[in-house]
Write a protein of this length. Structure first.
Length: 207
């Protein structure tokens, strides 16, 4: 298989995974990334040609959390205007019991994402089969995606072509998980690169 001189890359961004990694690494308290600028920055650093950016996130319903529902609705709309393909899925909520020192419990509703990693995995495989990229650039450290790396190598062998999958993620002094997705090339994003790709809009009501 001949490695192409110029490599087409599609970025697959797990919005919540990227946010939590940036919060731990750099202390950012809300999803303040500009995914197109960050994808361009990483691709240019690696010498790749960015062909497409795809963004995936869970979003709370208006009834469960009107503030963050409004934030994500506005941010995703702006991404769409910047030619970023977006996928949203409603968060599922469950009651989480927190034990207190006096023996009682505090019940708090906690939202969780379901199916985002599966959607990303399916799209990585589908676009590989369609020859849409040479490099899948995945902004995530979710090890549930490690089997996708094996599948991409199998597809490349079947198609007799060169293909790579890379895992990009923020790393700072407070980062505990410094591993990318198993079976992928790891691309660490430092604070200088991340902060050069911030979205100046807040999208939060009242800010």
């Amino acid at each position: 298989m001949i490695e192409p001189a110029r490599k087409r890359v599609v970025a697959f961004v797990d919005g919540q995974n990227l946010f939590h990694a940036a919060r731990e690494a750099f202390g950012h308290s809300w999803p303040n990334y500009d995914v197109r600028r960050l994808s361009v920055s990483v691709a240019e650093r690696m010498g790749w040609d960015l062909a497409e950016v795809r963004f995936y996130t869970g979003v709370p319903s208006r009834a469960d959390n009107p503030r963050w529902h409004a934030f994500w609705s506005a941010k995703l709309a702006q991404m769409g205007r910047e030619d970023v393909w977006t996928f949203r899925r409603s968060l599922r909520y469950r009651d989480h019991r927190i034990p207190l020192p006096d023996g009682t419990h505090l019940v708090r509703r906690v939202g969780s994402e379901k199916g985002i990693d599966i959607r990303i995995a399916l799209d990585i495989v589908r676009l590989a089969r369609a020859w849409r990229y040479d490099v899948a650039l995945v902004f995530s450290q979710d090890q549930d995606l490690s089997e996708v790396a094996d599948e991409i190598r199998a597809i490349a062998k079947d198609q007799d072509r060169w293909t790579k999958i890379a895992s990009a993620f923020p790393v700072g002094p407070r980062t505990r998980n410094r591993r990318g997705i198993n079976g992928t090339d790891w691309i660490r994003i430092d604070r200088q690169q991340y902060d050069a790709c911030l979205d100046p809009r807040s999208y939060l009501p009242g800010r």
